[in-house]
Design a protein around this ligand. Structure first.
Ligand code: FES
Ligand code: MG
Length: 580
C-alpha cells in the first residue's frame, strides 16, 4: 500500500480537534462511520451519473459498489455522490444543452467537499466530457470508469447497432421496403442489456478518447457493461485512484497536449464521432491545453480507420472487445509510427506504449491491419470557406466517396420544423445532386446544438434508391449516424454566420480533400444579405430567463468547444473558507 502525501486535502475538514473538525466529522458519522476512518485515509469521491432517466447509466449503483471495494482494499475512504446526469435518449431539446451545467455541478461538488481524488462514473455521451471538464477545472487526481457498451442488438436473428439501426430502419419505412410494424418490432432487441450504445457512437468514442488520453485503465472503453470484467476494472480503478492520490498524480499530468494529439489520431483510427471534436476542445480548455480545430487536420491527417464498427463499418462494441479492444488499435498505431506520443503518461503510472505494446489482436476483420484499412485516411476533415469562416467538420469514414467533392444547388430549411414540413412534400424541387442546408440548429439557435445534422433524405428520393446526399448545417450529428454530412458550421446561423443567408437555389461547393466549403455568391452580395438579415433579428422570449438565458448568453461556438466563456480554465482545488 502506497503512503499518502504529507497533507491530504480532506484534512482541512476532518483533521482538526476543534469546533470545525467536530462539525465536519459528526454529521458524517450519522452514516455509521467509525472515528478511525477520519484519521488520514484518502477520501475518494465516486462521482456518479446514475439515473433511471439515463438508461445507459442505470446500472451504475452496482458498478459503484465494485469501485468502493477497490477503494477500501487500497486503504481509501469512498464517498459516492450524484451529479446531473445527461441522458442522451430522453433529454429534450438535447442533452448537449446541459453538458456545461453538469460540468459545473461536478466542479463545485469536488472543490467544495472533502475529496482527495475522484472516480468519474460515466457512460452516456455527454456524461464523459461533462465529468472530465468539471474535474479538469479542479485538477485533482481523477480516473474514468466507463459503464461499458450494451450487448449487440438483435433483430430477426441478426445484429443491429444502437442508433444506426434507427436511422436505417426509419429510412426503409419511408422508402416503403419495410412496414411500420416491422420497424416498431425492432425496439425491444435494439437495446437489450445494460450499457451505452454498442456502435462507435459518441459514448463509445468518448470512452476511447478517455482511454487514449490516459485517464482510465487499459480496456476501459470496450468491455461490455454486463461482462464481469467491467466490474473487475471498476474494482481495480478504485484501488488505483487511492495510489494516484498518494502519488499526487493529478489530471494535468495526464491531460497534456501530447495526450490530446494521441486522442486525435485514435479518433481517426476508430472511426469516431464528430462530437469528439467539440468535447476534446472543451476538456482541453478546462485544463489549459491549447487545442485548435485545425489540429484535427495537422495532427490527424493520414490516419487510417482500422476499426470496422458501425456506423462506418460492420461490427459492434462486443466484437471490438473480443478482438482486442482499444489496446489492440493503439498497438497497431504505435507500430506504424502513428501514435505521436508513445511516452504519454497514463492513470496506471505507465506510458501509453507500455500499456499496449504487447496487446493481443484476435480478429483482424474487426481491428484491421494497416494494409487493409476501412478508410485510408479517416481523420475528421476541417472545412473552411465563406460559408464557414471559423470552420466546419465532416467525417469521411461515414461519408460517400463520390460526394466528397461536390457542387450542388441549395435546398434551404430555416429550422428543424421547416425541414420536417418541407421534406415530405412530393413537389419539393430537389434531386440527388441538391445540397440540403439546415439553419438555426447551432449552440444558440436550437439552443444546444442538437444532433439533427444528418437530416433524413426526401422520401421520394429514397424510393428511387438514393442513399446519400450532401447535407450542411450548424448542428451536430449522432455518433451513430452516417452520410456526407457537413456539421458544426461556425459561426452558426443564429450568431450571424453566413449560413444564415444561404438562399434556395444558391450554388454550394464542397471539397473535403482541400477543406473547402464555398457559397457561390460574391463578397458584396454576401455582405448585403447579412446586413438585411441583421436588421430583422429579434430576441427569442424563451431565451430571456432561466438556464436557457445563461446558456445562449455564454455558450461559445462549435470551434471553441461550446463551453461557457466563463468556465474556460483550471481553477484548481484550493480548500474554500469554512462554512461556519
Ligand atoms: Fe446513451 Fe447512446 S443514448 S449512449
Ligand atoms: Mg448522441
Amino acid at each position: 500500500m502506497s503512503k499518502p502525501p504529507v497533507k491530504l486535502r480532506s484534512a482541512a475538514w476532518f483533521g482538526t480537534a476543534d469546533k470545525n473538525g467536530f462539525m465536519y466529522r459528526s454529521w458524517m458519522k450519522n452514516q455509521g462511520i467509525p472515528d478511525h476512518e477520519f484519521q488520514g485515509k484518502p477520501i475518494i469521491g465516486i462521482c456518479n451519473t446514475w439515473s433511471e432517466l439515463t438508461p445507459c447509466n442505470a446500472h451504475f449503483r452496482k458498478l459503484a459498489e465494485h469501485v468502493k471495494r477497490g477503494i477500501l482494499e487500497a486503504g481509501g475512504f469512498p464517498v459516492e455522490f450524484p451529479v446531473f446526469s445527461n441522458g442522451e435518449s430522453n433529454l429534450r431539446p438535447t442533452a448537449m444543452l446541459t453538458r456545461n451545467l453538469a460540468s459545473m455541478d461536478v466542479e463545485e461538488s469536488i472543490r467544495g467537499n472533502p475529496i482527495d481524488g475522484v472516480v468519474l462514473l460515466v457512460g452516456c455521451d455527454k456524461t464523459t466530457p461533462a465529468l472530465l471538464m468539471g474535474a479538469a477545472s479542479c485538477d485533482v487526481p481523477a480516473i474514468v470508469v466507463t459503464g461499458g457498451p450494451m450487448l449487440n442488438g438483435k433483430l430477426n436473428g441478426k445484429n443491429i447497432g444502437s442508433g444506426t439501426a434507427v436511422w436505417q430502419l426509419s429510412e426503409q419505412v419511408k422508402a416503403g421496403t419495410i412496414s411500420i410494424n416491422d420497424f416498431l418490432a425492432a425496439e425491444a432487441g435494439h437495446a437489450r442489456s445494460a450499457g451505452t450504445c454498442n456502435t462507435m457512437g459518441t459514448a463509445s468514442t468518448m470512452a476511447c478518447m478517455a482511454e487514449s488520453l490516459g485517464v482510465s485503465l487499459p480496456h476501459n472503453a470496450a468491455i461490455p457493461a454486463v461482462d464481469a470484467r467491467r466490474q473487475v476494472l471498476a474494482h481495480l480503478s478504485g484501488s488505483r485512484i487511492v495510489e494516484m492520490v498518494n502519488e499526487g498524480l493529478t489530471l494535468s499530468k495526464l491531460l497534456t497536449r501530447e495526450a490530446f494529439e494521441n486522442a486525435i489520431r485514435t479518433n481517426a483510427a476508430i472511426g469516431g464521432s464528430t462530437n469528439a471534436v467539440i468535447h476534446l476542445k472543451a476538456i482541453a480548455g478546462r485544463i489549459g491545453v491549447d487545442l485548435q480545430l485545425d489540429d484535427w487536420t495537422s495532427v490527424g491527417h493520414g490516419t487510417p480507420t482500422l476499426v470496422d464498427l458501425l456506423p462506418s463499418g460492420r461490427f459492434l462494441m462486443e466484437e471490438f472487445y473480443y478482438a482486442g479492444g482499444l489496446p489492440g488499435v493503439l498497438r497497431r498505431l504505435g507500430e506504424a509510427g502513428l501514435l505521436p506520443h508513445p511516452n504519454a503518461l497514463t492513470a496506471n503510472g505507465k506510458s501509453i506504449w507500455d500499456n499496449v505494446k504487447d496487446a493481443a489482436i484476435h480478429d483482424e476483420e474487426v481491428i484491421r491491419p494497416l494494409t487493409k484499412p476501412l478508410v485510408p485516411d479517416g481523420s475528421i476533415r476541417v472545412l473552411r470557406g465563406n460559408l464557414a469562416p471559423n470552420g466546419a467538420v465532416l467525417k469521411p469514414s461515414a461519408a460517400s466517396a463520390h460526394l466528397l467533392k461536390h457542387r450542388g444547388r441549395a435546398v434551404v430549411f430555416e429550422s428543424l420544423e421547416h425541414y420536417k414540413e418541407r421534406i415530405v412534400d412530393p413537389d419539393l424541387d430537389i434531386t440527388a445532386d441538391s445540397v440540403m442546408v439546415l439553419k438555426n440548429c447551432g449552440p444558440r439557435g436550437y439552443p444546444g446544438m442538437a444532433e439533427v445534422g444528418n437530416m433524413g433524405l426526401p422520401p421520394k428520393l429514397l424510393a428511387q434508391g438514393v442513399t446519400d446526399m450532401v447535407r450542411i448545417s450548424d448542428a451536430r450529428m449522432s455518433g451513430t449516424a452516417y452520410g456526407t454530412v457537413v456539421l458544426h458550421v461556425a459561426p452558426e446561423a443564429r450568431a450571424g454566420g453566413p449560413l444564415a443567408v444561404v438562399q434556395e437555389g444558391d450554388w454550394i461547393e464542397l471539397d473535403a480533400e482541400t477543406g473547402r466549403l464555398h457559397l457561390d455568391v460574391t463578397d458584396e452580395e454576401l455582405a448585403a444579405r447579412l446586413v438585411a438579415w441583421a436588421a430583422v433579428q429579434q430576441v427569442d422570449p424563451a431565451d430571456a430567463t432561466g438556464y436557457r438565458h445563461l446558456y445562449v448568453k455564454h455558450v461559445m461556438q462549435a470551434d471553441q468547444g461550446c463551453d461557457f466563456d466563463f468556465l474556460v480554465g483550471c481553477r484548481g482545488a484550493a480548500v474554500p473558507r469554512h462554512s461556519h
